[in-house]
Design a protein around this ligand. Structure first.
Ligand SMILES: [Zn+2]
Length: 118
């Protein structure tokens, strides 16, 4: 499963960051995911749960996924436009020489953790 590979990397880096910050528990992770990654929200949730469930540090943590629409720039006329995963042609000039400028990201926006009481 594609999403399991993605989430393994995300959970690893989030855990490392939370531990580094001195957290006692991971509460929530917010991700931005480009549609061009072909990752599916429900599959990401499933993978996240599978990866966090057996560790008391991450068990019960929430995952928030924001999907990002793909966006391209036409190299023939310079138009920038949103599109879906399958049709990337320029709506202005029908050009097909285009550059993807958004939609492939997999970015951790923020994490929430529990910190020990002083
Ligand atoms: Zn164009």
């Amino acid at each position: 499963m594609h999403e399991l590979g993605i989430m393994t990397g995300v959970v690893d880096s989030v855990k490392a960051a939370a531990l580094e910050a001195g957290a006692t528990r991971l509460l929530k992770v917010s991700l931005s995911v480009g549609e061009m990654t072909e990752a599916v929200d429900t599959a990401l949730q499933f993978a996240f749960e599978a990866l966090t469930d057996d560790d008391p540090f991450t068990k019960g943590a929430q995952l928030e996924v924001k999907m990002i629409r793909p966006c391209s720039r036409c190299l023939e006329c310079g138009a920038e436009y949103e599109h879906d995963r399958f049709s990337m042609f320029c709506p202005e000039c029908d050009g097909f020489v285009t550059e993807l400028i958004a939609g492939r990201e997999m970015q951790i926006d923020s994490i929430e953790v529990d910190l020990p009481e002083e």
